[in-house]
Design a protein around this ligand. Structure first.
Ligand SMILES: Nc1nc2c(c(=O)[nH]1)N[C@H]1C(S)=C(S)[C@@H](COP(=O)(O)OP(=O)(O)OC[C@H]3O[C@@H](n4cnc5c(=O)[nH]c(N)nc54)[C@H](O)[C@@H]3O)O[C@H]1N2
Ligand SMILES: Nc1nc2c(c(=O)[nH]1)N[C@H]1C(S)=C(S)[C@@H](COP(=O)(O)OP(=O)(O)OC[C@H]3O[C@@H](n4cnc5c(=O)[nH]c(N)nc54)[C@H](O)[C@@H]3O)O[C@H]1N2
Ligand SMILES: [Mo]
Length: 722
């Protein structure tokens, strides 16, 4: 029996939007939603004059219930002053992600002293002094800095450069658990690690591939563009082990006809095995090779490495490709033909490709396909990693990464008059591992929920609790503050971007830098701007020479530095006066000339991944009502999953295991087990099951992709016990 799933968007989304607005007052919400601030949720890059309702191409209104969810959550009340007195650490450890989120905004700094049973409010001055003392008494090589992708370029730049002047390269961001594989692979193929297209290119293509991504929930504003592709007769190929109802049909709220009748999104829905994408993509190459339809002249003129990639496709048997992908020869032929006929194709993907031990190969295989068909380096065609957090790309661009390009390093040295550290910077997973070995004495986290984002939560808990002092700069509480505490933990309350006293900037997935005006605080409290907190700590630790950190509290000064140090960002120096948002130079390719040594693209052989044959492959994903580890709604009505502790399974697998729809089972993974999990029948590829992140992170062991260091969150072996 299939539970009824609903199509995406439409009136349910609109009603939800209205009811959310009523929670804090429609006028207050309208004012905030139309203020000039980049949207807080995904990286499509909404912003500009009417804030989160206008896209980069100026289209209005682009309404998204997700951005409203995040906005309203930031406006609903503050945590009462006696909250931490009434709730001891044990009580806080019981909070679910939703309960922690529902506590409201953190309005005052708190500290948990070693061995204490309660967090206690603390004055800002004392809190900053304790953080400074922890840093001054640590060896820089034992200190780590983490950033999620929510913070501004200004705060991110200040913190990463402070870390370096202080003396460490242990500077890492959430990308290692997200799109790192995309950056690594794109750089290997084209010499540049981000999208090769602009938002407008989506208006000029006739075919879009959506591989391992669910934009109906996670990038809702993309849906208008996708609906438009279909409206002008284009095709959309979805490649996803799970039939996502929002990708079958979506009711675009800003288009009247679509709102009422819905728009078919996928013209072709391919359901591979989780982790079977390389097999499928190599299969497409093989089909084209056999039909003699590859774009040989494009490869000859603009790319290297084609011979070995073609040889791999030629030598691999159809049996192996079909078995490994779970896709039939007929479907592979059909999609290959579609691709050959297309005049301009855009390949878009997200976590379904990156969250694997073969993440980089998955993305390289997409790059190979784009090159083999001549679909890169011209208008309307190219590669589009659908980024996660609203400023995750910016945080990477401005250097919040363990290693810096030589040029950036030299520019920083010149700007600050200080040699950069030489220790090898840790990636996120390696840092947690180092903490487990007792090698991290202080962790400074700019936003995020690092604990909850990790695989193997028991390991993450033990490792993080080994840290001496942990400092979180956060807007809201999340379970990571408590489970991921250090021996001493401080949570310092900060302003969200629409509350900042100064303007800030963010970079979208299309390499477009947006300006956010900031505004008034949404709730009363002692929250401070992230950049203020960072500069105050820097001054306390390093004094005012060689760098005058208090001068850098002025975002205009920071932007002048970014313009000097980061390639392609010159225009940011003048953004205060010009208000001109801009595309980072050197990243969009409308002609087939790439920033590699010889200006040619490079194709790479992609070995076929191997999997345990007796295990089911677990995908961990986001529900309709969550943003990463923040849960707004416990149920997922699109997929018919009524609560967080479900496992979505094909009826065929359930029959083999002799379990029924609605039955409770135990799910065993390599790192742990979860009991009392409800089986839900769904339209998912047999052999593959799905559960919600972050809860299911107790199951997953840390198999990381050797090149991107990203854990295989979407092909973890699990076994079901009745
Ligand atoms: N509302 C909302 N928006 C968000 C977020 C959020 O949590 N909520 N998170 C933000 C962030 S940080 C990110 S990174 C993005 C995430 O955006 P997505 O990547 O779309 O999110 P996921 O839920 O991780 O799901 C990925 C999709 O990949 C499919 N998939 C899983 N395994 C495979 C596979 O092996 N092959 C293929 N082809 N497909 C597979 C899943 O079925 C699922 O549909 O969204 C961003 N936007
Ligand atoms: N099993 C599994 N694990 C995963 C994933 C998966 O699909 N499956 N996805 C991975 C991915 S793609 C990602 S990106 C990571 C997410 O990793 P993170 O980015 O570390 O986690 P989030 O849950 O987005 O962080 C939410 C917290 O950020 C804080 N916050 C929100 N806004 C602001 C702000 O403006 N400033 C500051 N300072 N703080 C703010 C709030 O305290 C909030 O609770 O998780 C990864 N882990
Ligand atoms: Mo992400």
């Amino acid at each position: 029996m299939h539970r009824k799933t609903r199509f995406g968007g439409g009136f349910p989304a609109i009603f939800y939007t209205i009811s959310k607005a009523l929670e804090v007052g429609p006028w207050r919400v309208w004012k905030k939603m139309t203020s000039r601030n980049a949207c807080k949720t995904c990286a499509v890059g909404m912003g500009g004059q009417l804030g989160g309702m206008v896209n980069e191409a100026g289209h209005f209104p682009e309404v998204c219930k997700k951005s409203l969810q995040a906005q309203v959550a930031d406006m609903k009340g503050a945590i009462p002053s006696d909250f931490f007195e009434r709730n001891d650490l044990d009580a806080l450890l019981q909070l679910t992600p939703k309960q922690a989120e529902d506590c409201g905004r953190l309005g005052y700094p708190v500290i948990l002293e070693p061995g204490a049973t309660h967090f206690k409010p603390i004055y800002w001055d004392s809190a900053l002094e304790i953080v400074a003392h922890a840093l001054k008494s640590s060896i820089p090589n034992n200190v780590a800095f983490y950033s999620s992708g929510r913070s501004s370029n200004e705060a991110g730049f200040l913190l990463q450069s402070f870390a370096r002047v202080y003396g460490t390269n242990h500077v890492m961001n959430c990308s290692f658990y997200c799109h790192q594989a995309s950056g690594v692979a794109l750089k290997m193929a084209f010499g540049s690690g981000t999208a090769t297209i602009t938002l407008d290119d989506l208006d000029d293509c006739d075919l879009v591939f959506l591989l391992g991504t669910n934009p109906a929930s996670n990038h809702p504003r993309m849906m208008t563009k996708l609906a438009n592709v279909r409206a002008r007769g284009g095709k959309i190929v979805v490649v996803n082990p799970l039939r996502e109802s929002g990708l079958e049909k979506f009711h675009v709220p800003s288009q009247v006809k679509s709102l009422f009748f819905g728009t078919e999104i996928a013209s072709h829905y391919i359901q591979p095995l989780a982790g079977g994408d390389v097999h499928f993509l190599v299969g497409l190459l093989k089909a084209m090779f056999e039909a003699g339809t590859m774009n040989q002249s494009f490869m000859t003129n603009y790319a290297d490495g084609a011979e070995q990639v073609i040889a791999q496709a030629k030598q691999t048997s159809w049996d192996e490709l079909i078995l490994g992908s779970g896709v039939s020869k007929q479907e592979i032929d059909e999609i290959a033909e579609l691709l050959v006929k297309s005049k301009a194709t855009i390949f878009a993907w997200a976590m379904g490709l990156t969250h694997h031990a073969s993440g980089v190969d998955n993305v390289l295989a997409v790059c190979n396909l784009a090159i083999a068909t001549g679909n890169v380096g011209r208008a309307g065609a190219g590669l589009l990693p659908l980024r996660g957090h609203s400023n995750v790309q910016g945080i990477g661009s401005i250097g919040f990464t363990p290693s810096l390009q030589e040029g950036v390093k030299r520019a920083l040295e010149k700007a600050y008059g200080k040699a950069m550290p030489i220790n090898e910077g840790l990636d996120t997973y390696a840092m947690i591992d180092a903490a487990g070995r007792g090698e991290i004495s202080t962790l400074f986290a700019l936003g995020g929920n690092l604990w909850g984002s990790n695989p193997n939560l028991n390991w993450a808990t033990k490792s993080m609790q080994n840290i001496g002092t942990t400092v979180y700069l956060s807007t809201k509480l999340n379970p990571g503050h408590f489970h991921g505490r250090g021996q001493r933990t401080l949570i310092l309350p900060v302003l969200a971007r629409d509350e900042e006293p100064q303007s800030t900037t963010q970079e979208s997935m299309f390499n477009f830098v947006r300006l956010s005006d900031g505004g008034e605080a949404n709730v009363p409290g002692q929250m401070r701007a992230e950049s203020d907190v960072i500069c105050d700590i820097a001054t306390r630790v390093l004094g005012d020479s060689p760098v005058d950190w208090s001068r850098l509290k002025d975002h205009h000064e920071v932007r002048k530095l970014i313009a000097e140090v980061i390639p392609g960002w010159k225009e940011i120096a003048e953004i205060d006066s010009t208000k001109r948002e801009f595309t980072v130079t050197g990243r969009v390719f409308h002609s087939p000339e790439f920033p590699t040594a010889n200006k040619r693209a490079l194709m790479h052989k992609t070995p076929l991944p191997k999997f345990d044959s007796d295990a089911l492959r677990l995908i961990t994903l986001r529900s309709e009502g969550q943003f990463n580890t923040v849960v707004y709604e416990e149920n997922d009505f699109y997929r018919g999953m009524p609560h967080r502790f479900c496992i979505l399974m094909a009826e065929e697998d359930a029959n083999k295991l002799n379990v029924q729809d609605g039955q409770r089972v135990t799910v065993r993974g390599e790192a742990g087990t979860m009991e009392n999990i409800e089986v839900i029948f769904g339209q998912i590829k047999p052999g593959v099951v799905a559960m919600f992140y972050p809860e299911a992170n107790v199951l997953i062991d840390g198999r990381v992709d050797p090149r991107s260091k990203t854990p295989s969150f979407k092909s973890a072996p699990v076994w079901i016990e009745r």
